[in-house]
Ligand binder design. Sequence first.
Ligand code: BG6
Length: 508
Amino acid sequence: MARLDAGRKGVEPCTIVIFGASGDLTARKLIPALFRLFCQRQLPERFRVVGFARREKSDESWRTEMRAGVEEHGRLEGGDAARWDEFAVNLSYHRGDLTDSAAYTGLAQRLDGFEDSALRENLVFYLAISPSLFESAVDRLHEAGLLRRQEEGAPGWQRVVVEKPFGTDLASARELNAHLIRHARERQIFRIDHYLGKETVQNIMMFRFSNALFEQLWHRETIEHVQITVSEDIGVGSRGGYFEEAGTLRDMVQNHLLQILSLVAMEPPVSLEAEAIRNEKVKVLQSIRELTSEDVARQVVRGQYFAGTVNGESRQGYRQVERVDSESNVETYVAAKLFIDNWRWSGVPFYLRTGKNLPLRASEVRVQFRPVPNVLFARQADLQPNALTLRLQPDEGIFLRFNGKVPGNSMEIRPVRMHFGYDAEFGAYTPEAYERLLLEAVAGDATLFIRRDEVETAWEIVDGIRAGWSDTPLSNREFYAAGTWGPMAAEDLLAQSGHKWHDPQPAS
Ligand code: BG6
């Protein structure tokens, strides 16, 4: 079996310090992922995990909470549960305020107590905290002597993993970058977009560049347009306050959708090194045609859900959610038509859409090929062009739609589908995104993390759209009932070019 990570650096003994240790992400994702890696023997032979948070807790009580998190959210296999104690001896809890220097001095002392020099010197700092505290945390780490801009060849290493949101616009992202860079080199900074940890998102590149069949056709001559859909069947839940500040454009498009787009559209990298891959991804973002306010009005649609029913369950409207303004114009849905002005993609629309409270949870990329010439069968009214769908989640797989003759004495043609399913091919277990991301951070491979210029370019695109919206209120065609596929304005967007959205189908 050819392995792309054949060159992966070995993992060295290290300590992972999780800031925000009593938060939801730690119990739901980080510790279950670390435990799973431990059970699969992918963590270094010697490691420690230190949870840092403000609440008063003992090592023992934190471990008990984390065990409950693993039982509730982890994906355990036979025999895993029995290994908890063996894993948990490596966990400890450090109580401290994120803004208090003494807490970091205390952390340094705790690390000093580790018997093994690698556990003292090789450090991953995972910032699973409010973004308003990122800067303060790295400043304090630096003051305590735990984080420094590392020279090539110096003993030990320190890495900072930064959760999203990375800034709220270009200016704040630049400021945060400038701040981080004071205490760490770019190669020590690992900006998370958890979509890059998803198997199916990683597979986009493998699929394109390891098969002769599709890459030959992957350009404007044969592809008519591309649709990227990330639909969610949940509303904003208890995150009304956050969402009022963020909105879907910043919460989903700036990161996840633009990342998928850059993987679908990138040129082949010169190697599989992190920098080579990220160079190509950032070029795609830089080639996205800038949108004037008039373009935004024509090419970008906002939406907001009102009350409706999703999967038989009634949902309140966004404006009725706790901590949401009753006249809010914040978007819970975005659809956009973008153009990539480069040789390969000139003139090919890339349609992106994402929203909350849509009929089902599904993410997919649909590559719509051009129709065959209008001779022979193309005259049949319902002859459909080929389409390739990369189903990213759930029911992960790839579908190819082509036309076939219906058996019988007539010349009837109808579309048929060829299907590859992950479950059927590889078994049911697809690793959680955070398992892969944590492993890469420990190994020091930044391929699946966002580089400084990438995050800034993505903000530039998003800021342009926001400027176009300015303070205009949502129009009637931009509201949608929860449980529908979004506002009418999104249908109009594709209709302009004679296209139609293809809605993801429920998992089979
Ligand atoms: C997060 C967003 O980044 O991604 C959430 O903040 C969203 O609003 C989530 O629900 C979706 O992730 P996934 O992995 O469930 O598709």
